[in-house]
Design a protein around this ligand. Structure first.
Ligand code: SF4
Length: 298
């Protein structure tokens, strides 16, 4: 005769939410700009040609991050300029291809001078000697209840003695016209949503610093803004899922096509559509952390 089965108490297990999709501000922006661009970047994973402007953006971001390693009184334009060469060396070591963007040292010198001008622009917007950032290049991430993961890199987070959060992002281009401010702020509301969902605090101020024309675009969000951003992202992900199931990502022509690396595979530009890839990346690896990092520098 067998022994009566022993009843094992069931313990609630704190399982992580299954991830059904993953978005960063850049990839969400790709889909809103052009669904085919999203497909080529996020599903086909076509490589993007490095450009001297994009690499300069990465370099300037790196210098601005390092600047805050210095004691506050030393955070001057002159010190920032001395950080350019070592950061450029570091970048070449990490990504040797970037050196091939320049034909000779004279071109490199001219390019470094343009990066210095952007740094000088930064110092006209704020005085880093009076700042004590709480976080720099901070990876933020949340999985929403439905399983959509949001992730991104925040350039800088400042925390006031009152606990108020300020989210700061550096842009090496020029500020958008009034008609495009909403699009620019979308990225910041995305970060604010993730911070709110993970830390329970609505950031007090979102601040975009455009070093190209030395302008600041700032916004104070409220919970309503962030709920609307969440709804928008969920709707966006639904649209991406529908397009993936139908294998139908349509091109959307705009003036941004001039900067698109994939025109030769774009029917709207006379190119031939690439066949659907054999392997579609799983949602939880659709955009690896280092890709989020690179995209954040755009
Ligand atoms: S060229 Fe324009 S329409 Fe075509 S994929 Fe690129 S962004 Fe989209």
């Amino acid at each position: 005769m067998s022994a009566a089965p022993v009843e094992v108490p069931v313990q609630p297990v704190d399982l992580p939410l299954p991830v059904v999709g993953s978005l960063s501000p850049s990839r969400a922006g790709d889909f809103m700009t052009c669904p085919l661009l999203y497909r080529y970047r996020s599903i086909d994973r076509l490589p993007q040609e490095p450009s001297s402007a994009a690499v300069r953006g990465t370099l300037v971001h790196a210098v601005l991050e390092r600047l805050f390693d210095l004691p506050a009184p030393e955070r001057t334009p002159e010190q920032a300029a001395t950080l350019l060469a070592p950061e450029w060396d570091r970048l070449k070591q990490a990504e040797p291809d970037v050196a091939g963007l320049f034909t000779d040292e004279t071109e490199v010198a001219t390019w470094l001078t343009s990066a210095k001008a952007l740094l000088d622009g930064y110092f006209t917007l704020e005085d880093p000697r009076r700042l004590d950032p709480a976080e720099r290049e901070s990876f933020v991430e949340v999985v929403l209840p439905g399983g959509l993961r949001l992730r991104g890199i925040v350039d800088r987070l400042d925390v006031a003695p009152t606990g108020d959060l300020r989210v700061v992002d550096y842009k090496t281009g020029r500020s958008p016209g009034e008609a495009f401010e909403g699009k620019a702020l979308f990225q910041m509301k995305f970060y604010a949503l993730v911070l709110w969902r993970t830390r329970g605090v609505v950031p007090k101020r979102l601040q975009l610093m455009y070093l190209g024309d030395r302008e600041v675009l700032a916004y104070s969000p409220d919970e309503g803004d962030l709920l609307a951003t969440e709804r928008k992202l969920l709707a966006l992900w639904e649209a991406i899922e529908r397009a993936t199931q139908a294998r139908d990502f349509r091109p959307r022509v705009s003036k941004l096509c001039d900067w698109c690396d994939h025109q030769r595979f774009c029917p709207a530009k006379g190119g031939e559509l690439l066949p659907w890839p054999e392997v579609v990346p799983a949602p939880d690896v659709a955009e690896a952390r280092h890709q989020v990092h690179l995209a954040a520098q755009e």
